[in-house]
Design a binder for this molecule. Structure first.
Ligand SMILES: *[C@@H]1O[C@H](CO)[C@@H](O)[C@H](O)[C@H]1NC(C)=O
Ligand SMILES: *[C@@H]1O[C@H](CO)[C@@H](O)[C@H](O)[C@H]1NC(C)=O
Ligand SMILES: *[C@@H]1O[C@H](CO)[C@@H](O)[C@H](O)[C@H]1NC(C)=O
Ligand SMILES: *[C@@H]1O[C@H](CO)[C@@H](O)[C@H](O)[C@H]1NC(C)=O
Ligand SMILES: *[C@@H]1O[C@H](CO)[C@@H](O)[C@H](O)[C@H]1NC(C)=O
Length: 369
């Protein structure tokens, strides 16, 4: 454990010393060449072959599971009604709170670094601009996205097609966000035979439990997310929110953000892919998680570019119920076998221009593809 922390610190110090010399360039999935795509998929697969570093703490087997366990645990407890439907997150957690965007930005950097340093990946973390796959931008439809290609992508829908997602009466959360994922196992692409060793969330009593080995499920819901994932009609609406707290709440179309209720751009990617991706805790098990969150992080970076004050803009509650205020010193809690907990100020600037952080990356834009 000490060695992990030491190597991470050396890495951080190394980046400080070098400044942000040569940013990693994160590209949209379809802008990668066939060999870049296959190099990324190989590196993701490689994490599934390396031993876990967190097995003394959680019932994990591989390096892939380390990240999954960390996200399940960090998401924390939730509230359910007497029918067992999800009605709210408790927390503090990492969703619907002020650390949401910084925490996921930090996670992406740590994951991208693991792919590079532990699996020899030469490229940067790709992102998935799903707005290219919805009718507004001439996308045939969500289901037809090249990202789901069985050979050059991540594989497609569950083998038995989709089961509908509904919103249980008296709740605002759609079905399938907790417990056993809806839909069926995928049977094509590079992740069809993967075994997920942790039970999906939420963890009972805060303890992560080992399952007997589940498959990766998907449960596409194209019609449900077409509006949420539309760039001109929805992403721009979020980007146009000038106050940080409104902007971050806009990702989940939360009350007061001014974004029409619905899955939001965050929920849109998760619920649109569905199955494992829809589970608030274990969605990170689907490798698409990192490309979806890459796009959300890019949208934050685009918003930060709008004005110098936006780079260090922050805020939002500590608890999903609205209690507390996130400051630049608020910590992003990561399990120590993944990365040390650091204050959000260290990840506000993707180019670390004031030297308080360590990030060094940019997003390549895709319009013109
Ligand atoms: C699809 O449905 C059939 C019939 O119910 C079932 O036997 C099979 O296991 C299912 N496949 C998947 C991948 O869930
Ligand atoms: C966002 O703001 C720009 C600039 O003011 C405006 O042109 C655009 O229509 C707005 N977009 C939406 C979806 O409101
Ligand atoms: C943020 O949203 C609230 C609620 O919709 C609104 O009253 C407020 O004016 C917004 N703040 C800014 C700076 O746009
Ligand atoms: C919000 O949640 C926190 C942590 O559970 C609790 O201490 C606080 O009292 C809650 N606040 C409200 C307004 O319910
Ligand atoms: C799991 O999450 C709890 C907070 O809910 C935190 O106190 C604990 O340190 C986490 N454990 C690990 C190993 O990350």
């Amino acid at each position: 454990m000490k060695q992990i922390i030491l190597s991470f610190l050396l890495y951080v110090i190394g980046s400080w010393a070098a400044g942000c010399g040569e940013p990693r360039v994160r590209k949209e999935w379809r802008a990668l060449s066939p060999s870049e795509k296959s190099a990324y998929i190989s590196a993701v697969n490689c994490l599934w072959t390396l031993p876990a570093k967190g097995s003394a703490v959680f019932p994990v087997e591989t390096r892939h599971d380390d990240f999954a366990a960390m996200h399940v645990n960090a998401t924390g407890p939730a509230a359910f009604n007497s029918q067992g439907d999800l009605i709210g997150l408790l927390g503090p957690g990492i969703h619907q709170v002020g650390v949401f965007l910084p925490w996921h930005r930090y996670l992406l950097w740590v994951y991208e670094t693991a792919l590079k340093e532990e699996c020899g990946y030469q490229g940067a973390q790709p992102y998935w601009d799903w707005s290219l796959d919805v009718p507004e931008n001439g996308g045939a439809q969500f289901n037809a996205s090249p990202i789901f290609d069985p050979v050059t992508g991540f594989g497609g829908n569950g083998a038995n097609g989709s089961v509908p997602v509904t919103i249980p009466p008296g709740t605002t959360f759609p079905t399938g966000l907790a417990g056993t994922p809806l839909g069926s196992c995928i049977d094509d692409g590079p992740f069809a035979n993967k075994l997920l060793v942790l039970d999906p969330g939420p963890p009972p009593d805060g303890i992560l439990t080992a399952g007997t080995g589940r498959c990766l499920k998907r449960n596409f819901q194209p019609g449900l997310v077409d509006g949420a994932l539309a760039w001109n009609a929805n992403v721009e609406l979020v980007l146009n929110l000038t106050a940080y707290v409104n902007f971050t709440r806009g990702f989940d179309a939360l009350t007061g953000s001014g974004i029409p209720s619905g899955p939001g751009i965050h929920g849109g990617g998760h619920i649109g892919v569905g199955g494992e991706m829809a589970n608030v805790w274990s969605s990170i098990n689907d490798p698409l998680f990192y490309l979806h969150h890459g796009n959300l992080d890019r949208i934050w970076a685009l918003w930060q570019k709008k004005s110098p004050e936006n780079i260090y803009a922050h805020g939002g509650p500590i608890y999903p119920n609205g209690t507390g205020v996130t400051t630049l010193d608020s910590l992003m809690y990561m399990s120590e076998f993944v990365a040390p907990s650091l204050p959000i100020r260290t990840v506000q600037d993707t180019l670390n221009r004031n030297g308080e952080g360590f990030l060094c990356y940019v997003y390549e834009e895709v319009y013109g593809l």
